[in-house]
Design a protein around this ligand. Structure first.
Ligand code: AMP
Ligand code: MG
Length: 492
């Protein structure tokens, strides 16, 4: 263990339950120290929620902790073991460039993993350097905080610290460590690892642990493992519907990047749609569009099936029975997704209740948006404020008819236009972290050490339903060519 003197009492309240799992699930690993740690961005609001003294944590000694240079008292740093299907191929993975400091029990009693991402090599690093570049860590910070603001379950970002250690990619880039906060880092891939390489009792320990941590209500049911599966399916049906509704493309939906908690995790080559193109792919490594926007629900279903397979021996001793029970649950995923998504779409259109014509109303609008490459967020924003003339669809064939049908549907509902407007305001973000804005902010940070753009962008995207004046500048869609050519690169 490293020297723990001079470490400020920032409010650590560790209880590291994961380290009480069988040793197979982790390797004790200290983060590698940074060279010249410098705080780039810090999340005061989140620090307070976690029970930290935000001021202390931002002091020179506090920043050393966020950089991995000092280890706080009560931390038991580990790298977690997991496997996963990456673009369909099963492989052993694990935290190759992240270390879990421990679990902070917040004043409200909730438990959060405190993870340093980019803090050096671990037993699972394979050929990698265990490091992360500043750009991708800022990207994760911006997008995860935006997702939280949008009301989408997600890991969060407490801080980014530059390390003073250059990382070698195609060129030398400034290195950084992101402090990631998640309700846990249990992944579908953690279960795949246990099922593939663990003893039956190790798999059972993991499942029991996941139940206690995330789904304690299923503990006393007749078949807790089947109920675990039911709950994870429900959370992911909800999660992916929220991604679709917000126009979020994760980019690397490998099973190691899918959480048992149902939070979005591992922001690599992710991006938000500008124009509505259903087959949109941003990730440079996703050559075949496996993780394209419109494939995300289907891939979630595929990933859930991989997770379900790991639970079969726990669900029933009789394998055929276990498969039948799991398939029953998996078979309902599509329906659950559809229900969540269509409820969300009705809210985006200010519609209460559910009428027969709603489905075609939604489909027709999306088709118009797709055909005319309309900006997704701005179309809904203009509709929210009853300014059809400002939607990118104004004047396009079919839009006036669609608008008339939608208006009629709204007039026929008993709720007032004000209530409908309110519903739309709370369902349609004024602002998303647009790719050109994210890139502009990161470029200024990396090339000119100007972090003001990143900080301003985070402030703007944090309350996406505020519709404040300050957000207006961020609502502009990018120039068409810039958008078409936009690619994201894996978060290394
Ligand atoms: P990701 O694409 O971030 O989900 O990472 C997939 C796997 O590659 C995980 O096991 C990571 O820990 C590992 N990995 C990614 N980048 C690095 C790196 N620079 N050094 C070591 N391992 C890495
Ligand atoms: Mg990952």
């Amino acid at each position: 263990m490293k020297n723990t003197t001079n470490i400020p009492a920032v409010g650590w309240n560790f209880d590291n339950s994961y380290t009480r799992l069988p040793e197979k699930f982790f390797t004790k690993t200290n983060p590698e120290p940074a060279k010249t740690p410098e705080l780039i961005i810090f999340n005061e609001e989140l620090a307070e929620t976690l029970g930290f003294d935000a001021k202390q944590l931002q002091s020179e000694d506090g920043v050393k902790i966020l950089a991995g240079t000092e280890i706080p008292e009560g931390a038991e740093p580990i790298a977690q073991a997991y496997a996963g299907h990456q673009f369909g191929n099963f492989t052993m993975l694990g935290d190759g460039r992240a270390v879990l400091l421990g679990e902070q029990v917040a004043p409200n009693g909730q438990r959060f993993d405190i993870q340093l991402k980019g803090s050096g090599r671990t037993a699972y690093s394979r050929g990698g350097d265990g490091r992360a570049a500043l750009g991708p860590m800022l990207r994760e910070y911006i997008i995860s905080e935006a997702m939280h603001g949008l009301g989408i379950p997600t890991s969060r970002s407490l801080a980014v610290v530059s390390t003073g250690i250059p990382v070698v990619r195609e060129t030398f880039l400034p290195g950084a460590v992101l402090t990631r906060i998640a309700s846990s880092h249990l992944r579908f891939g953690t279960f795949q690892y246990a099922a593939q390489w663990g003893q039956p009792e190790e798999l059972k320990s993991l499942a029991d642990y996941a139940i206690d941590r995330h789904y304690p209500e299923v503990r006393d049911t007749d078949n807790p493992y089947l109920e675990l599966l039911r709950n994870v399916i429900a959370r992911h049906a909800s999660l992916v519907s929220k991604w679709q509704l917000a126009g979020f493309i994760h980019g690397v939906m490998n099973t190691d990047n899918m959480t048992i908690s149902g939070e979005t995790i591992d922001y690599g080559p992710c991006a938000f749609l500008d124009t509505y193109e259903t087959g949109r792919v941003f990730s440079s490594i996703d050559q075949y569009g496996r993780y394209a926007y419109n494939n995300q629900p289907k891939i979630t279903g595929w990933n859930l099936a991989r997770f379900a397979e790991t639970l079969l021996p726990l669900i029933d001793e009789d394998q055929a029975q276990a498969i039948e029970a799991a398939q029953d649950l998996l078979g309902d995923f599509g329906n659950q997704f559809q229900q969540n998504w269509s409820a969300g779409m009705r809210a985006k259109l200010g519609l209460f209740g559910k009428e027969e014509e709603d489905e075609s109303l939604i489909d027709e609008l999306l088709k118009l948006m797709h055909d005319h490459k309309a900006d997704y967020t701005n179309t809904f924003r203009a509709l929210t404020f009853d300014k059809p003339e400002e939607t990118p669809l104004a004047g396009k064939a079919g839009f006036a008819e669609w608008h008339a049908a939608w208006t009629l549907r709204r007039e026929e509902q008993t709720e007032s236009p004000e209530e409908s407007h309110e519903l739309m305001r709370n369902s349609n973000p004024a602002i998303i972290p647009r790719n050109h804005r994210v890139e502009e902010a990161i470029e200024a940070a990396v090339d000119d050490q100007d972090f003001s753009l990143t900080r301003k962008l985070v402030e703007a995207v944090r309350n996406p339903y505020a519709y404040s004046d300050g957000q207006l500048a961020y609502t502009e869609a990018p120039p068409e060519d810039e958008e078409r050519n936009f690619k994201t690169y894996c978060g290394t």
